[in-house]
Design a protein around this ligand. Sequence first.
Ligand SMILES: [Zn+2]
Length: 294
Amino acid sequence: MEQLIYPWVLPVLDRLPRPAKALPRALLLTGRPGLGKRATALFLVQGLLCETQRDELNACGKCASCRLYRVGNHPDLRMLEVGQEEDGPASGAADEDTAPSKKVSRQISVERVRTLTDFVTITSHRGGAKVVCIVPAEAMHPSAANAVLKILEEPPGDTYFVLVSHQPERLLPTIRSRCFHLAFTLPDAGPALDWLKGQGIERGELALAQGGYAPLAAMDRVGDEAFWSQRKALLDTLAASGFDPLHAADCAEDIDGAVVSTLLSQCRRPPVLRMPCSRNSSRPERWRWPSSCP
Ligand SMILES: [Zn+2]
């Protein structure tokens, strides 16, 4: 059974106790998308459900519990994700930040969270730990978040919560305060580039920059033809001689704002822009460059 853990995540996991059963009852994995939080959450879920005595966090991959997880039918796991069907089964899919391809739901409803009330109170089917995994936690409806908070206030002894959040500031402070916080930061460029190279990415530096230095986001960028096309159009406009900001704005009108934002956020210093010469320009005075025109 594949237990996906990315190399840059290993230092993050060093903050956790061993074995898996010694983990805090409520974990909150935070960081920007593309850093492997969801895959790490599922790695920890597998370790919690595994029935083989181990000294580490990973699962054995061979016991009955691991087999049930692998087929997405473990009775002691509840996965609450955006993109699931309302009553969809637990899933063992391990793609980062990618919801199962079923009926798309953009919010985790209170009805789904209410099913946890029975789940956390009944005895474990397998006699081991029960696990609730929520991805991303900020997608919970406010009523759903309050229902989860109520459970966390009186946590059942055999139930673990693993929450993933791209925007933890959107969570209830009372939920955050009841969780062990595991922050994912941007990895060093070296390990990230090594990993991208191992995935067959040739221009790893460029891909990494366009992915906001999050390796999995960089992988997504590589195959995003629309992004590269719009990026080129924007750069061509900015690099054109006699740069005119109003013309550039017209050219950029059809470019996704996220592409513009991505490019501008990568500027280490403000770009030097040539403004139209005051003697030849028909633009209003405020657009003219007063001192350097011949
Ligand atoms: Zn196992």
